[in-house]
Design a protein around this ligand. Structure first.
Ligand SMILES: NC(=O)c1ccc[n+]([C@@H]2O[C@H](COP(=O)([O-])OP(=O)(O)OC[C@H]3O[C@@H](n4cnc5c(N)ncnc54)[C@H](OP(=O)(O)O)[C@@H]3O)[C@@H](O)[C@H]2O)c1
Length: 252
């Protein structure tokens, strides 16, 4: 029987791991892309008769993985799958310092992982599945910081604002096609992952909003990756997915 195909970045830990774990329980085909693989996902694939490939790649150099994805989709073809979905979840926050103190290499890498790679993967996915008659979706994992400006977060805010805006452009392009892809850039809320640890570990002197993130943890208002993944996947499977090209999980 044809399986649903998912391509998911950043599945080795955090939100991406919980999304992958939940998807695998539905007997799907999943390609995970991050620098490291995860044995628990490999076991879940066996347990639930899912097909899993874990591609270990650095998304700060995403051109080769885009080529690999195009070739993989070309070889496997539309007839193998019920639907195809790309989830751009991997993200990297550069060092939390004012831009005047940023290290160029770190900033470049973060922009490549969080903005360039998602855009190139969208291009590769859309091109490789163009003309398919099956449902196609793209979910880009954004952030509230795509709208809210914050000191010492220029690189991260810019990457998420860029992601929201290129998704709006994609939505216009795809809506004019027969069976165009449904696309959305989604803010997932504040999640209890390594990224929050990085925010709380930033220097008070460099990061005026440090207390905001510490408060969230102290008040117990961080949402678990598992609960967020459930909400994200519910949103992704809803018939209205893609009606709005930018959304926040807290409003849906
Ligand atoms: N946590 C939050 O509160 C929060 C809030 C709003 C938005 N978000 C967004 O939600 C998404 C997931 O965040 P998270 O909190 O789960 O982050 P996380 O725990 O830091 O996990 C990041 C994931 O991205 C992958 N990744 C990082 N750099 C990579 C690289 N160079 N190449 C390939 N993969 C890379 C990591 O895998 P490897 O290390 O194995 O490569 C990991 O799987 C991100 O887009 C983030 O911006 C998070």
């Amino acid at each position: 029987m044809e399986k649903k195909l998912y391509i998911l970045t950043g599945a080795s830990r955090g939100l991406g791991f919980s999304i992958a774990k939940q998807l695998l329980s539905e007997s799907i085909a999943l390609i995970c892309i991050s620098r490291s693989s995860n044995d628990e996902l490999a076991q879940a694939a066996l347990d639930y008769n899912s097909v899993l490939e874990q591609w270990c790649c650095d998304l700060s150099e995403s051109e080769s993985v885009c080529l690999k994805l195009s070739e993989w989709i070309g070889v496997n073809g539309e007839h193998s799958f019920q639907s195809a979905t790309l989830i751009n979840n991997a993200g990297m926050m550069p060092r939390i310092v004012p831009l005047s103190k940023a290290e160029h290499h770190d900033l470049t890498k973060a922009l490549r992982v969080s903005l360039e790679a998602p855009m190139l993967l969208c291009a590769a996915f859309l091109s490789a599945t163009e003309g398919w008659h099956k449902p196609r979706k793209i979910l880009n994992v954004s952030s509230g910081l795509g709208h809210r400006a914050m000191a010492s977060q220029a690189g991260y805010c810019a990457s998420k604002a860029g992601m929201d805006q290129f998704t709006r452009c994609l939505a216009i392009e795809e809506s004019s096609k027969d069976n165009g892809a449904r696309v959305c850039s989604l803010s997932p809320g504040i999640i209890d992952t390594d990224m929050q640890v990085q925010l709380r570990s930033a220097s008070h002197a460099d990061f005026p909003d440090h207390g905001y993130f510490v408060d969230h943890q102290q008040k117990g208002s961080l949402v678990s990756a598992k609960e967020t993944a459930q909400k994200v996947l519910h949103f992704l499977s809803h018939r209205n997915f893609g009606d709005s090209p930018v959304a926040d999980i807290r409003d849906v």
